[in-house]
Design a protein around this ligand. Structure first.
Ligand code: B3K
Ligand code: ZN
Length: 844
């Protein structure tokens, strides 16, 4: 397969002036007519007229009205063309009903829909399918379906057809079309300059009652982007469509966002608090792309983080404003460590801006998205809030309507602030998680912190140069008062010291506040100092972090030496969780402790081979210790976390329920599931119902509850995804593989539906000890199913291969079994390019 390189970029030889498309829809023979005005691009030297096109049947092609016979390959076509402006026309036939890859134009439950990012438009018609080719689009859809949608503003509509016009030039990856028997939930939004925008969320009949929350989230996002970034919406219409079969979360097509139904449909009875929060964030994310992604897009796919890192950063700011800064930051850091750190420290490690790929869909990663957002957070911290705002204004002014690069982005910051960002740019080009170690000293009123940074080698990058690391630090006096409020130290050298003068006594440092850089901080600190920070740190993130460090240290001692849980820590933690002045959400986070895969990650960072069974046993033992120790507090905490008002998915109530869930998990260890069963039976919302069911599954005493849940929800696809997933993710490790296998034989296991496939196998890989069952049963099961799915849906298959990305860190037995599973996938006849690239990289 071909490898594409960032360094090979050249502009396309032609500009596209205008695109007109006509779709005559039919499940197995849709006709797509295109009429495209091209003109030679004066900025390009290579004038080869190559149009991408895959799996298309060309019926007819013409230039300026005269039929032509292009030279066709599996990747596209070339053709002789005039050396001045000309009109290209083509008619192709495609079969959306046979498209199981869910890329291009496909069908989901009788509805037509599209997914074009990154390179799906070439499965719809012949076109220069690259993001730096931008054009206006006019679309006519013909079918007998009642609702027919495309990008932009609605045009003429009549019996059997609908027309759309998008006045904003856009790359083909933002094209979208939807047609089906849909019902709309309508509303309006008036922009700050007075334009009224028609808003609609389109769903299958029966789902109308699950749209109100998403609509509110959309309006909140529109308002927030005006208030915080000064960005106004730019069309008369904004449509969102919910689709059941979708490879990822959602897609920001101009004026016509398409969503995985799990990321938009919400109701208290069927969605958890976590679902509500995620839906709000994804709606915001896709909406924010209208400016960061659509109006300003990427020159090429290597620049993906230009839109994704920035848009993730923006949606995190939004959630932080909507739901509270500390809790959002903690959630994000948990996610970063759970998903990005393993990627960055294993065979799939790649820079935030990759320099090569075979299949770009394999690079929609935690590194591009989440580390990409961290890099923007660091930049903002370094330049300050005002300079950030100024730089963003300049970015929108200067680059509106363009397809840009990371160089353009950084130049904007250099021009707005006068800073030289050459060294900072290494965050985009160097892969791997930096390690930051720190020592301190105190003498004559001066306290000195000395940091050392280094980044271990990653695939293709043996040597690393020092990066600019913003280290937010505060100092606490012995009585807990802050003697130095947060300052950002700017580390640029491999080793560097920072001094604080005029201190009366040796302070206690609070380092990397707010997780100011995505690094692993190594610091030999006494348990007393951490306990002090747990009690006193004025930075809520670092207070949580102190607890996590203590929990981690205890668990690691339990895993390695069979030690008893640390008494002093448990006492400190008890004070926090019973402190009713603290936010319930925050207390729930304090109680949750590091996950088993996070412990495996930590052991790996320490150079120790993780033993999944020992990790499970230690985590279980710690849970039991906490339950027994805090037995007297549990009823009071449960009462305190009981919500008496009507259900609202806001952060206040969600916090109470999160605390309740953490307490119920402990209580279940003591009462053999009595409280959980009671909660399960009386729950009037999905959050309570599912947290109770999870406790029952964890306790192993779950058959009755699982079948009553299934009987209640058998007709709700999204709730049944939870049922499939949760019983695998939460079950005892030795049962996970067998349970997953049994569920693949369940009549409702529709494996071609990505949500259902992920519910089973994503959950299996999340059950750490269950996935790593020593006999390799889970590895084999997953490999079997990835081999099966690859024929139908390469994208989802390739993505799920990352369950094996940490294989090298385990013991010889597990390692050999994972390697064998990967090699079996690799050896499959006709393996997709997507999966071949992933497995090849993981094995290398
Ligand atoms: N831009 C899309 C992701 C497209 C994934 C293509 N494999 C969703 C988002 O990031 O908003
Ligand atoms: Zn995005």
């Amino acid at each position: 397969p071909q490898t594409f390189y960032l360094s090979d970029y050249t502009p396309f030889g032609y500009e596209v002036r205008d695109v007109a498309l006509r779709f005559v829809l039919s499940p197995s023979a849709t006709r797509v007519h295109s009429r495209i005005t091209f003109a030679p691009n004066p900025a390009a030297s290579d004038k080869t007229f190559f149009l991408h096109g895959e799996q298309l049947k060309l019926i007819r092609a013409a230039i300026n009205g005269a039929e032509v016979t292009p030279n066709i390959t599996p990747e596209g076509l070339t053709c002789d063309v005039p050396d001045s402006e000309f009109v290209w026309e083509a008619e192709v036939e495609i079969a959306p009903a046979e498209n199981t890859a869910l890329e291009g134009l496909y069908m989901s439950n009788g509805m037509y829909c599209t997914q074009c990012e990154a390179e799906g438009f070439r499965k719809i018609t012949y076109y220069p399918d690259r993001p730096d080719v931008m054009s206006t689009f006019t679309v006519r859809i013909e079918s007998d379906l009642p609702i027919m949608l495309s990008n932009g503003n609605p045009g003429e509509t009549g019996a059997g057809y609908a027309e759309w016009h998008d006045p904003w030039p856009k790359p083909a990856y933002l094209f979208a079309l939807v047609a089906g028997d849909l019902v709309g939930h309508a509303d309006t939004f008036t922009t700050k300059s007075g334009n009224q925008v028609d808003l609609n969320i389109w769903v299958r009949p029966g789902d109308e009652d699950k749209c109100a929350f998403g609509m509110q989230a959309l309006k909140d996002s529109m308002k927030w982007d005006e208030d915080v970034y000064g960005r106004e919406y730019d069309l008369n219409t904004f449509n969102i469509v919910a689709v059941d079969d979708f490879n990822m979360g959602a897609m920001e097509n101009k004026g016509l966002n398409i969503f995985n139904s799990s990321c938009v449909l919400a109701s208290p009875a069927t969605s958890t608090d976590a679902n509500f929060e995620r839906i709000e964030a994804i709606i915001a994310h896709e909406y924010f792309h209208n400016w960061t992604g659509n109006r300003i897009t990427c020159r090429d796919w290597f620049q993906l983080c230009l839109k994704e890192g920035l848009t993730v950063f923006r949606d995190a700011q939004f959630t932080s404003d909507m739901r509270g800064e500390a809790v959002k930051r903690i959630h994000d850091v948990i996610e970063l460590r759970a998903r990005q750190f393993p990627e960055d420290q294993g065979p799939l490690s790649h820079p935030v801006r990759p320099e090569q790929f075979q299949e770009i869909n394999n690079f929609y990663t935690a590194t591009v998205y989440e580390k990409g957002a961290e890099v923007i957070g660091m930049l903002k911290r370094l330049v300050g809030d005002d300079a950030y705002a100024k730089a963003l204004d300049l970015y929108f002014d200067r680059h509106d309507g363009q397809a840009c690069t990371i160089e353009d982005w950084l130049t904007v910051f250099e021009d707005a602030t006068g800073r030289d960002l050459a060294q900072f740019k290494r965050w985009y080009s160097q892969s791997g998680t930096p390690r930051l170690s720190v020592t301190d000293s105190y003498q004559d009123g001066t306290y000195t912190l000395t940091f050392k940074q280094s980044t271990p080698p990653t695939p293709g990058q043996m040597v690393k140069d020092p990066k600019v690391i913003p280290i937010a630090v505060g100092l606490l006096g012995p009585n807990g008062d802050e003697v130095q409020p947060t300052v950002t130290l700017e580390m640029t050298d491999a080793e560097q010291s920072f001094a604080f003068d005029g201190l009366g006594s040796k302070p206690i440092p609070s380092i990397l506040r707010g997780f100011s850089a995505p690094v692993v901080l190594d610091r030999d600190t006494s348990a007393e100092e951490r306990a002090f920070l747990l009690a006193h740190d004025t930075d809520p993130f670092n207070r949580w972090e102190a607890n996590r460090e203590l929990a981690r240290t205890t668990l690691i001692a339990m895993i390695r030496d069979d030690a008893a849980p640390d008494e002093a820590w448990l006492e400190g933690l008890e004070r926090v969780i019973t402190d009713t002045t603290l936010d319930a959400n925050y207390r729930a986070l304090m109680m949750s402790g590091p996950s088993q895969s996070e412990l495996a990650q930590t052991l790996h960072e320490m150079g120790i081979t993780p033993d999944p069974d020992a990790i499970w046993t230690a985590s279980d033992r710690l849970g039991q210790t906490m339950a027994e120790r805090w037995e007297a507090h549990l009823p009071g905490l449960l009462a305190e976390s009981t919500v008496t008002e009507a259900y609202r998915p806001d952060s206040h109530q969600a916090g109470q329920r999160a605390l309740g869930a953490a307490v119920l998990a402990l209580q279940t260890r003591l009462d053999r599931g009595a409280s959980a069963r009671a909660q399960f039976e009386t729950a009037d919302n999905m959050t309570l119902q599912l947290s109770a069911l999870t406790c029952l599954v964890r306790s192993g005493n779950d058959e009755e509850a699982l079948s009553s849940f299934a009987a209640q929800w058998k007709d709700d696809r999204l709730v049944m995804d939870k049922w499939f997933g949760m019983q695998i993710a939460a079950t005892l490790p030795d049962r996970a593989a067998d349970r997953a296998k049994a569920l693949t034989e369940h009549p409702a296991f529709d494996w071609k539906n990505p949500n259902r496939f992920r519910a089973v196998f994503g959950s299996l890989s999340m059950n750490h000890a269950g996935f790593h069952r020593a006999d390799g049963a889970s590895y084999d099961l997953l490999a079997d199913w990835l081999i099966t799915l690859d024929d139908k849906n390469p994208q989802t298959t390739a993505r799920m291969c990352s369950a094996f990305q940490t294989w090298k860190r385990y013991d010889a037995g597990r390692k050999a079994k994972m390697q064998a599973a990967l090699e079996r996938i690799q050896g499959k006849d006709g393996l997709s390019r997507d999966t071949a690239e992933m497995v090849g990289r993981i094995l290398s």
